[in-house]
Design a protein. Structure first.
Lengths: 264, 184
């Protein structure tokens, strides 16, 4: 092998891309050709400097948690809808900051969301079962709220860009059902809004999803695992209310929710 | 489309390569927020196309998606002058800058290149088609074949771009040395 044959192969040798035989032949040439050896050494030195000093970026934890949350929602939603829905109007042509959960603080919650979704009950299980499961899940592992606030003006906008619907958010603190916050949840493989209210020590979950059917009055599901489940729809939105609260009190709350909002 | 089984497979097969995805996006966009956006979108696309992943290594497969997402992003967000080179079919025919290796002494080079900033600045200054082969080869340590698949170009093109990228980096490193020497 001469230098003219050796030089074009130096880079491949550097990258371990030569088969054993050509590599051995090249090494033989380098052993007795100082200029080629020096050229190879230069390549190797520069490669070493690059590999040692170039930044190798690692995904930030907040990004990781957002992606996990995003995946859970995507798994439950029709494909492709995520991007257009969340595109920031203020930045045309720019990929939206989806910010499903805003910060790494929601890491645990979003992990739970993915895990519980992965282990989710078989779709098609009675919806009241899923509602009760989601309620129980919300009480575990700090998964109750993604946005904790008693201010409906804080909770309502939080859902913007996270869901295809704008859930009505009202506070009933004056009558003993204070708003505590909200989160995204999954019912029937679809992302839904979950509003959290409290009644003394009891937690009440109100799930709001797009309604497929016509308006329907207040219904009560058969008692499931000791929880009361009420549901209704107004034609546009379907509401599911679940709690371990006394049945009559939950019925009272349902009536409050179904009452027309006061004029603003 | 995304049943629990698909999601589980995604978590096991694709998610472990999130760091590699971010690294490529970060180097191509040169901006942390943009890298966030690109990676997030790329991961959703990956979930959507997961059934297309059969048997092959998930890392190059994912990086292909990340790269395409980056290119779309660059076309939409970068000035035409910078985007132009992405679409230039004859990019590889363009004359390389003279491969000034400067005849510098490699040992001196090692001793002097202590700061990371120079190396990072030089890589960031490469045009995207050269930058990406450096990231995929030197940082992700992918083989020529894998890089060729990601870029959808022949292996020979990968090798020539890699050679040109390295020549530019070496030239930058040695030029820096020359300036330092003059400053002493």
């Amino acid at each position: 092998m001469d230098c003219n044959q050796a030089r074009p192969q130096l880079q491949s040798r550097l990258d371990d891309a030569l088969a054993a035989e050509p590599a051995a032949a090249l090494d033989g040439h380098l052993a007795h050709c100082p200029p080629c050896r020096r050229a190879f050494h230069t390549l190797k030195t520069a490669q070493g400097a690059i590999r040692e000093h170039a930044d190798c970026f690692r995904a930030p934890g907040a990004l990781r948690s957002r992606i996990l949350a995003e995946l859970a929602a995507a798994a439950a939603a029709p494909p492709v809808s995520g991007r257009g829905r969340a595109r920031r109007s203020g930045h045309p042509g720019r990929l939206g900051r989806w910010g499903w959960f805003g910060s790494g603080a929601a890491l645990a919650a979003s992990l739970t969301l993915v895990i519980t979704l992965t282990l989710a009950p078989v779709p098609g299980a009675p919806l009241e079962d899923q509602v009760v499961s989601a309620h129980i899940r919300s009480l575990m592992e700090n998964h109750l709220m993604d946005i904790a606030s008693s201010d409906r003006h804080t909770v309502k906008p939080w859902f913007n860009g996270r869901l295809d619907l704008a859930p009505p958010v009202r506070d009933f603190e004056a009558v003993g059902f204070p708003l505590a916050g909200g989160r995204l949840d999954v019912l029937d493989q679809r992302p839904v809004a979950a509003l959290v209210y409290r009644r003394r020590q009891h937690v009440i979950n109100l799930f709001i999803a797009p309604a497929d059917g016509a308006a329907a009055g207040l219904h009560e599901a058969s008692p499931t695992r000791g929880y009361t489940v009420l549901y209704w729809s107004d034609g546009g939105l379907a509401d599911w209310l679940v709690s371990d609260l006394e049945r009559t009190e939950l019925l009272e709350f349902a009536r409050l929710l179904r009452s027309p909002p006061p004029a603003q | 489309m995304s049943d629990p089984e698909t999601l589980r497979r995604f978590e096991q097969v694709v998610l472990p390569h999130l760091d590699a995805a971010y690294n490529l996006a970060r180097w191509l966009t040169r901006n942390p927020q943009d890298a966030d956006d690109v990676v997030q979108e790329a991961m959703l696309r990956a979930l959507k196309y997961l059934t297309g992943l059969r048997g092959e290594n998930a890392r190059p497969w994912l990086l292909t998606i990340v790269r395409q997402t980056c290119y779309t992003w660059l076309r939409n967000n970068r000035p035409p002058a910078e985007v132009y080179i992405l679409d230039q079919d004859d990019f590889d025919l363009a004359t390389s800058p003279p491969g000034e290796d400067g005849g510098g002494d490699p040992e001196t080079l090692v001793a002097r290149i202590e700061d990371r900033t120079l190396v990072n600045r030089l890589i960031a200054a490469l045009p995207v088609p050269l930058r990406e082969v450096i990231v995929l080869r030197e940082l992700e340590e992918l083989a020529y074949r894998e890089i060729a698949d990601i870029l959808a170009v022949p292996i020979g093109t990968v090798m020539s771009r890699l050679s040109r990228a390295r020549a530019r980096l070496r030239a930058g490193l040695f030029r820096h040395l020359g300036e330092s020497d003059r400053g002493l």
